[in-house]
Structure formats: C-alpha cells, structure tokens
Write a protein that binds this ligand. Sequence first.
Ligand code: KG4
Ligand code: ZN
Length: 358
Amino acid sequence: MKMIKNTLFSEKQAVIGPDSGYDNYIMAIESSCDETACAIVKNGREVIANVVASQIKTHAQFGGVIPEIAAREHLDSINIVIEEAFKQAKDNAGINPEDITAFAGTVGPGLVGCLLVGLNAAKTLALVYDKPFIGVNHLNAHLCGNYLDTDLKPPFMALLVSGGHTQIIDVKSYSEQQIIGETIDDAVGEAYDKVARLVGLPYPGGPKLDKMAQEGNPKAYILPKAKVDEFDFSFSGLKTAVLRLVKQLKAEYNTDELPENILKDVCASFQECVSSTLVKKVRKALDKTGYKQVVIAGGVAANSEIRKKIFALENDGFKVFAPPMKYCTDNAAMVASCAYFNTNTFDDINVEVFSRVK
Ligand code: KG4
Ligand code: ZN
C-alpha cells in the first residue's frame, strides 16, 4: 500500500496500489530515449490505452540517437500521444481524464532533455486534474512489463537486458529487489549495436543482427567467453574478438565486404555466445535461490535466441515470463504498472530527472 501526498498545489492524499480497495487507472508517460509513449493501465495489469511514437526513422540517417533531435521530436509528439491515449481509454473502457487515479512519468535513467519533456507533461497533467503524481525508474519499469496481461507475482529471478544495462535481479517482493550480477563493461544491447556496426549492419543494429543470426550457423566460429565473477558479465572482449574475426575473414576472402552467408554465420556465432552465457548464469541464480519463476525484461528481451533459451528452462520445471514484443521495447504501459506496484517509485512532484543509475 502506498499513501501519496504531492505537495506543490494539492494537499490531496491518495492510496494507490493493490491494497487500495478500488480500481486504479494510472496514466503514464515515457520519453527516456527515442520513443514518446503514453498509456493507461487498470490495476497495474490491464492495458486500456497504449500509444508509442517511434523516432527510429529520424535517427537511422545518423546511425544512432542524437539527444538534441530526440528531445525536439518528443516535444512534437507528446501532446499527440496523450490525446490518443485518452481517446483509446474512452473507446476501450469508457474512461475519461477525470477518472484517472494518478499520473506517472519516467524520471530516469535516460537522456536528460528527453526525460524532461515527458516528466513535465506528466506532472502538468497531475496538477491540471488535481491527482497524485508518481515518478518511475525506467529499469524497474522494464521489469514491470512482465506484470502486464499476466498474473506474475514475486518472488522471481529477472534478467534485465537493455541498451544500457545487463543485470540479474532477485525480485523478492513488489518493492524489494537485489542486483546479484551485472556487466562490468558493455551492456548486451550496446554489444549488439557495436558488433552490428562493425559488421556493417545499419541502425538499429541489435534487431538487424538478430535477424541475420537466425539464418546463420551458430557453431561456425567459436568465440571466447569472458572469465568474470559467478553472476557478472563482460562483453567488451567478445566485441574485440568479433572485430578480429571479421578482419581475418575479409583477408581470407580478399574482400572489403563479407559474403552474406559468412556474415550470417558470424552473427549467429556471436548471438550463440551471448545468449548461452546469459541464460547459463540465470539458471545458476535460480538454482542458488530455489526460485521457480524467471522473467526477462528490457529491449534485448526481444532477441529471438535469448527468448528461445530462456523458454527452454520450462523443460526443467521453471515458469518463464517474457513480455510480448510491444512491451519489451520502451513503452509507457510498463511505467504505469511500475507506479501501481510501487517498485521503487518517487512520489514527490518536485522529483528531478536523472541520466544514470545513482
Ligand atoms: O530497453 P531498450 O528499448 O532501451 C534502453 O536501452 O533502455 O533497449 C534498446 C536496446 C538496443 O541496444 C537494441 O539494439 C536492443 O535493445 N535490441 C535488440 C533486439 N531488439 C532490441 N538486441 C538484440 N536483439 C534484438 N532483437
Ligand atoms: Zn528501455
């Protein structure tokens, strides 16, 4: 249970969350990177509105996200996604803006200029409708993507894999979590994007590499697995190994551009190395805690091979949760769910954005 008292204009108090005793409709806004998103979720699980405006096309021409341009695009899209979410809520569930229980916004980590657009919009809505405001951590929100349309309840083990993070998290309860392992250098998504670039695939590299890998031979090349602590990861050595392999293959084939079948084998071998390392360590963490449930979250949870290997744990009696693709990549429904379940949220309307995990 969570008593919320925002103190700027309103002295209103509200009880939000599973024990509030009434239906909660939380509208959330997400704008931490290159997706402008707004959603309305009933009781943390039932999505009644979900709108995402993607900037992928804009940033593709630069080969990556340009923060200043991203922030300006958020400004162009923010009112449109909010209006569309209100419209969907009305059409799908007869819910009006006055029926919203609380407004939530992503506080960080993310690009500061981008976060400011969404967060200020969410705070403004809270003030206009005189409702509580809840600030949400983007990483916790990714975990909560697993509560959407499911009956998942803690405790469980989580593998959080995104462009900025790679963590194994022991989720003990809705509000209590412990990171038990993480990357000591590159995040998985970052490694995917860097390797994609060095083999000549266009932005966004991760999904493109995944697609190539699916058509290649994962056993074509043996790539090195880093030696780090039991539950930690390291991907920078692997990236260098792929660079060396590509150089060697180019020399062998006497070409500047590798034949597509060879490129597919390189991608598949990289994907095999990453996915087997991740899932092996998750399995170890499950054995250590005795948990029977495991979830995968973050943008890289969309990866075909990581999903396949995680779901294979079901053969060993584990219950596996992975959000559908639309809740893997950045979206606001996961932010609304996080605000409802009170997973390390901030309920002061004066909360500031932050770029990195503190
Ligand atoms: O969580 P996310 O949407 O953004 C944050 O980092 O917060 O994750 C984006 C990352 C990018 O690095 C992208 O390349 C990667 O997720 N990604 C994938 C796939 N889809 C997205 N990586 C590998 N395979 C995929 N199918
Ligand atoms: Zn994300």
